[in-house]
Design a protein around this ligand. Structure first.
Ligand SMILES: Nc1ncnc2c1ncn2[C@@H]1O[C@H](COP(=O)(O)OP(=O)(O)OP(=O)(O)O)[C@@H](O)[C@H]1O
Length: 264
C-alpha cells in the first residue's frame, strides 16, 4: 500500500463523455490449457490515456496482441471506429490507424533515423519516393517536424543501432507520429528512461494527446501510471477486475494487495 503514489487530481474530466474509438468486447484468448484472457470488455475513448496495470502474467500484452492482430481471439470481438478488426492482419490494423510500440522497439536498426521515420509514413513515401519535388519537400518538412518533437533533430543520419536507448525509444514514438495512427498502444514506454528523457516523454505524450491522439499504455511503474493516466484498467489472471480513474483503482486496497502479491 505504501508503494502506491499519491494520486493527483487529473485535468481531464468526464472522460466517459468522450466517444469510444476502440472497443474490446467479451474478448478471450486460450493458449492450450491456459485461459490467458477471459471475457474482457474495455472501451478506449478518444483523446485520453488509458493504462493497463496488473501483476505479471495478467494478460496485458496478450490483450495488446489481440487488438493489433498479432494474436487471433478465441472468443469476443475488437471494434475500431465501430467496425470489427478481430482476426485481421497486423498490417491491415496498423494501416487503419491502430499504432503500436514494442518493448524491443522494432526499429530498422541499420537504417538512419530519417529513414526509420520515412518508412512509417504513407506508403507512397517508401523507398522510391514518388510524387515529385513538392511531395518530397512536404515529406522532408514533416520528418524534420517529427524529429524536432521527439528530440531527434541532429540525428537524422545516425543509424538506429548507434542511438542511445532513450533516443531509440523516442524514434519508436516518432514512427508512430509519422504513421498518423489515431490510437497508440505503448508497451512500457517510460521504462529505462533517465529523468530528463522521462520528462520529455511525458511532455510529448501530453502534447500528442492534446492534439487528439488516443493512447493505451501497459505500465508497471505506478508513478508513471499516476502521472499520465486518465483511466486505469486493472487485469489479473486474464480478467478485468476494475476500471476507473487512477484514484478509484489505485486507492482500492483489494487491488493493491493483488498487485503487490500480499494476502488479503
Ligand atoms: N504465445 C503464448 N503461448 C502460451 N502462453 C502464453 C503466450 N503468450 C502469453 N502466454 C501466457 O499468457 C499469460 C498472460 O501473459 P501476458 O504476457 O499477456 O501477461 P502480462 O500481463 O503482459 O505480463 P507481464 O507484465 O509479465 O508482461 C501468461 O501466463 C503467459 O505465460
Amino acid at each position: 500500500m505504501n508503494a502506491i503514489p499519491q494520486v493527483a487530481s487529473h485535468p481531464v474530466e468526464a472522460s466517459s463523455a468522450r466517444p469510444v474509438l476502440l472497443e474490446v468486447r467479451n474478448l478471450g484468448k486460450r493458449f492450450g490449457g491456459l485461459q490467458a484472457v477471459t471475457d474482457v470488455s474495455l472501451e478506449l475513448r478518444g483523446g485520453i490515456v488509458t493504462t493497463l496495470i496488473g501483476p505479471n502474467g495478467a494478460g496485458k500484452t496478450t490483450l495488446f496482441n489481440l487488438i493489433t492482430g498479432h494474436l487471433t481471439p478465441s472468443s469476443g470481438d475488437v471494434l475500431y471506429e465501430g467496425r470489427s478488426i478481430a482476426g485481421k492482419q497486423p498490417w491491415e490494423i496498423a494501416r487503419q490507424g491502430v499504432g503500436r510500440t514494442f518493448q524491443d522497439l522494432h526499429l530498422f536498426s541499420r537504417m538512419t533515423v530519417e529513414e526509420n521515420i520515412l518508412t512509417a509514413m504513407e506508403k507512397s513515401a517508401w523507398l522510391w519516393q514518388p510524387g515529385g519535388r513538392s511531395a518530397r519537400r512536404r515529406r522532408s518538412e514533416k520528418v524534420a517536424e517529427i524529429m524536432a518533437a521527439t528530440h531527434l533533430s541532429g540525428l537524422a543520419h545516425a543509424r538506429a543501432i548507434d542511438l542511445a536507448y532513450a533516443e531509440r525509444k523516442f524514434l519508436s514514438v516518432a514512427r508512430l507520429i509519422a504513421s498518423d495512427a489515431k490510437i497508440w498502444l505503448l508497451d512500457e514506454p517510460a521504462s529505462g528512461l533517465d529523468p530528463r528523457s522521462y520528462d520529455r516523454f511525458v511532455a510529448l505524450l501530453r502534447s500528442q494527446v492534446a492534439g487528439g491522439v488516443t493512447v493505451c499504455i501497459i505500465e508497471h511503474n505506478l508513478d508513471v501510471v499516476v502521472n499520465v493516466s486518465d483511466r486505469v484498467a486493472f487485469l489479473d489472471q486474464g480478467k478485468l477486475l476494475a476500471q476507473g480513474t487512477p484514484r478509484e483503482v489505485l486507492d482500492d486496497p483489494r487491488l493493491a494487495s493483488i498487485y503487490f502479491g500480499e494476502t488479503a
